[in-house]
Design a protein around this ligand. Structure first.
Ligand code: KG4
Ligand code: ZN
Length: 344
């Protein structure tokens, strides 16, 4: 059994956690920065990085105190080393390097996407490799075949915006506030999902990828037409995103044999409409559906500590020269998807 300290700082959540390789979460703390970013309607990288500098050391102290654990008792220190907003990533990674240097414990420079990808296993002991993963967050929208720790095959990615990005930008267009995903989900409850016929980009397409930029532009046109309420537009938008995610995931399922489960992870996995649509899809394909609890979907350090524990058990540790990376694809051999502004 190993005990890992995890640190997360790649976007606007500052977080620290202590997790064991036998799935015990000894402590986890998270400090959001929503109030700092709200006036700007989105995350301001410079503000995020400065906030991580101020908040992170205290969070590390807090989790150690709460679990009554000293740094000596920790087996390794895992931190997100990318992809993400580079200033914030550097704060978390350098903090982890300092702790590793001071304690003589190994560093694990973790890919944030691997944290999301393995997060469902923390609370679902039955989930076994290989599984089909829909990873939907603010920065990424991908289908991955997860064959093991450090073994990811990317089947599809977005050719423009990520799903969470589409939620955030559409919420901003509709004046629903920040962060956009939960705001759209709330507004959609009071709206009619069939009020407006919004586009479903790439649905039915032979290529495997996702696209959301056209949908966002359609939200803008619907807003300017002023014929429907923000609630109706939000509900119609959410339905369109669900339809896109479902169609693309079903396409991947059809082409794939051997997956033990359909799994969803990342911030957008917190969305109930997304979860229930995927539940039905999985059962239609005779597969179990696995989604982390809501708090484990959005950014947190428990998933970083947990992925760190799985890597540590396999002897996958990093040197103190590990770089911070703004971009870092999980599957380095994946071909680029067509389109400009391709997300890794
Ligand atoms: O995984 P995450 O916390 O950060 C990244 O790694 O990007 O994902 C954040 C994204 C944001 O775009 C946010 O709007 C979206 O997840 N999100 C949601 C919901 N909660 C968070 N999108 C739709 N419905 C939600 N309930
Ligand atoms: Zn994330």
């Amino acid at each position: 059994m190993s005990l890992i300290l995890g640190i997360e700082s790649s976007c606007d959540e500052t977080a620290a956690a202590l997790v064991t390789s036998d799935r015990r979460i000894l402590a986890h703390r998270l400090a959001g920065q929503e109030d700092e970013h709200r006036p700007f309607g989105g995350v301001v990288p410079e503000i995020a990085a400065r906030a991580h500098v101020e908040i992170l050391p205290k969070l590390v102290e807090d989790v150690l105190a709460e679990a009554d654990v000293s740094l000596d008792e920790v087996d390794a220190i895992a931190a997100t080393a990318g992809p993400g907003l580079i200033g914030g990533v550097m704060v978390g990674l350098v903090t982890a390097k300092g702790l590793a240097l001071a304690s003589g414990k190994p560093l694990i420079a973790l890919n944030h996407l691997e944290g999301h990808a393995l997060s469902p296993m923390l609370t679902q002991p039955d989930l076994a490799f290989p599984f089909l993963l829909l990873l939907v967050s603010g920065g990424h929208c991908q289908l991955l075949f997860v064959e093991g720790v450090d073994q990811y095959r990317r089947l599809a990615t977005t050719i423009d915006d990520a799903a969470g990005e589409a939620f955030d930008k559409s919420a901003k267009l509709l004046g629903l506030g920040f962060p956009g995903g939960p705001a759209i989900e709330r507004a959609a409850k009071d709206g009619n999902a069939h009020a407006i016929a919004l586009p479903r980009p790439l649905v039915g397409s032979a290529e495997p990828h996702f696209s959301f930029a056209g949908l966002k532009s359609a939200v803008l046109r619907a807003r300017d037409a002023a014929t429907h309420s923000a609630e109706d537009i939000a509900a119609s938008f959410q339905q369109a995103v669900v339809d896109c995610l479902l169609d693309r995931t079903e396409r991947a399922l059809r082409g794939f044999e051997g997956a033990t489960a359909l799994v969803v992870a990342g911030g957008v996995a917190a969305n109930q409409a997304v979860r229930s649509a995927l539940t039905e899809l999985a059962s239609a394909h005779g597969l179990p559906f696995v989604a982390p609890p809501l708090w484990l979907c959005t950014d947190n350090a428990a998933m970083i500590a947990w992925a760190g524990a799985l890597r540590f058990e396999q002897g996958l540790v990093d040197g103190l020269d590990a770089p911070a990376r703004a971009r870092w694809p999980l599957d380095l051999s994946a071909e680029k998807a067509r389109g400009a502004g391709v997300k890794a």
